[in-house]
Design a protein around this ligand. Structure first.
Ligand code: MEZ
Length: 535
């Protein structure tokens, strides 16, 4: 028997004994200490100062700093800025935030166009499994939701952005129900609320473990029914300005024809999502293929600042084995339902519903100190004891509530009803992003930002389920505000003048980047293949 199998047997052997065991929550001091020592946000060597732009002097990870200091792929002298399309609002990004913004803008009477890098709906939204937080329980309130989220974010959240998020939670859920989302309900037909890490009340509205997928289906149907124009396979590569600091459109790249497409817009909403596919500090990711932080260099080259660009979320439970699934999300809801985290000897080492940064740091610590389990290729992980869920809740619980998990692992002949799964933290979410106000507007006039590309709402550590709420609340707010602005505005001049200032800054700082940004796709070319071909 190999090491994995031997350890799995230990986990099975003491499962019954662990069933009613309570594990103490850590003190704040202990949490802070472990997070500082083991969370990747505190690995000094992963970071460097940004040398130019609105965040000059601040630290971020190498991967983001490199993007911010890369050149635009466009040369102003070579490009005619004659628009191929003209619209009131250009929404860049076809995930949940972009779709919610499009619906709100359309409802407010604007002419809307969505441009998306891949297909409409390809986004991190569909990857969110475990739920959307809304203070809808009898003993819950937006104030309690606010307090939990502030605590989870280490009190670094922008209070006004957060207040608006939690207050508008119930109406956001109502809006989605009106569009036809099928949230889970109890036997009496009431909405069912589940628990997540760091929440003092059950507050998650769920669609089994397919919540983001069902949410995106609902939004997508509504957008298609409204007849909103969508350009697929057309990512933005540069924003356009009127020469006086306001945003007036964007240049897209048609990935099929390899041509630039110029879009003139009275307002632009960036909803380009997160950065997991940058594989920050070498971590695997739970993110979709297009998550390459495109919005950040675009906004910064225009002069918009970022906030908290140094903090990222590593979801505690990404798959560690089988390695073909490395990094794929195992929903936190499984821990909410009673699954325990145990080390190589089958011993628990952390209370499973602490906030994500602490749970992730505790797993990294357990492995670093030799109590993890080694995969055949030498990777490390700890067990997430799935069968405990049925032991605690009844023999069919996993089938009813976690069909996605059962299906994903069954493709590798693994039955989560019978065996634990080896997990390790996976790069999941960009906590910071472009600074916005409560209407979703950045520091650049007529440039709005919604969803994961924006920053400030979640502080330095997002709670589970708050991003699905964020994309609805702030997607809609940005859509409404951009529409109101567009009503008062005339189409602006189309220039790339902001690139002159940006290029001068690069020059002055003696930065001569070999690369351009946004990068649009992760670089998965195997280095040895390149070497072979060029030999
Ligand atoms: O909000 C999330 O990140 C989420 C719902 C993830 C999960 O564990 O399912």
């Amino acid at each position: 028997m190999n090491k994995l199998e031997t350890s799995k047997e230990l986990v099975a052997a003491n499962r019954e004994q662990r069933k009613d065991q309570t594990f103490p929550q850590a003190s704040q001091d202990e949490k802070d200490k472990i997070v500082r020592l083991f969370h990747p946000d505190y690995h000094a060597e992963g970071y460097r100062p940004i040398r130019i732009g609105p965040n000059k002097g601040e630290r971020t990870v190498h991967e983001i700093a490199d993007l911010l200091e890369s050149k635009s792929p466009l040369f102003k002298e070579e490009l005619s800025l004659k628009p191929a399309h003209s619209t009131d609002i250009l929404i860049i990004g076809g995930g949940g935030a972009g779709a919610a913004a499009a619906l709100a803008a359309k409802e407010a009477g604007a002419d809307v166009m969505i441009a998306t890098k891949l297909r409409f709906g390809d986004s991190n939204t569909v990857m969110a499994e475990g739920g959307m937080q809304v203070a809808a329980g009898k003993d819950d309130s937006p104030i309690t939701h606010f307090k939990d989220t502030m605590k989870g974010g280490h009190f670094k959240n922008d209070p006004l952005l957060l207040k608006t998020l939690v207050e508008e939670g119930p109406s956001a859920a109502q809006w989605l129900l009106g569009l036809g989302i099928s949230f889970d309900r109890d036997e009496e037909g009431n909405l069912k609320l589940k628990s997540g890490g760091g929440t003092s009340r059950p507050r998650l509205l769920t669609c089994k473990d397919y919540t983001g997928l069902e949410l995106m289906r609902t939004l997508k149907d509504a957008v298609l029914n409204e007849g909103i124009r969508i350009l697929e396979f057309s990512p933005a590569v540069e924003l356009l300005s009127d020469g006086r600091g306001a945003c007036t459109g964007a240049v897209l790249k048609n990935l099929d024809a390899h041509q630039w497409i110029v879009v003139q817009a009275k307002t632009v909403i960036l909803a380009t999502g997160g950065s997991g596919r940058l594989h920050i500090q070498g971590f695997p990711t739970s993110n979709h293929f297009g998550a390459t932080a495109d919005g950040l260099p675009l906004a910064c080259r225009m002069g918009a600042s970022l906030t908290m660009a140094d903090t990222f979320q590593y979801h505690p439970t990404g798959v560690a084995f089988p390695e073909q699934m490395a990094g794929i999300l195992v929903t936190e809801a499984i821990r909410g339902a009673g699954a325990q985290l145990v080390n190589r000897s089958g011993a628990r080492f952390v209370y499973e519903l602490e906030t994500r940064d602490f749970v992730a740091a505790s797993i990294i610590k357990e492995c670093a100190e030799g109590r993890g389990v080694e995969t055949p290729s030498g990777k490390k992980g700890v067990w997430l004891d799935f069968p405990m869920v049925n032991l605690k809740n009844g023999p069919d619980y996993l089938d009813h509530h976690f069909p996605n998990m059962i299906r994903q692992f069954s493709r590798f002949q693994m039955d989560v009803r019978k065996e634990p799964i080896l997990i390790y933290p996976t790069l999941h979410y960009q906590n910071g992003g472009v600074k916005i106000n409560v209407d979703g507007e950045s520091e650049i006039k007529n440039l709005f930002v919604a969803g994961e590309a924006s920053g400030g709402i979640h502080g330095r550590n997002r709670l589970m389920g708050n991003s699905l709420l964020d994309i609805i609340v702030y997607g809609r707010r940005a859509g409404k505000a951009a529409s109101a602005r567009a009503k008062m505005a005339e189409p602006g001049n189309l220039t790339l003048e902001h690139l002159d200032r940006f290029n001068q800054e690069l020059e002055k700082a003696s930065i001569h980047p070999g690369k351009t940004s946004p990068i649009l796709f992760p670089d998965y070319v195997r280095k040895e293949e390149v070497t072979k071909k060029s030999a």
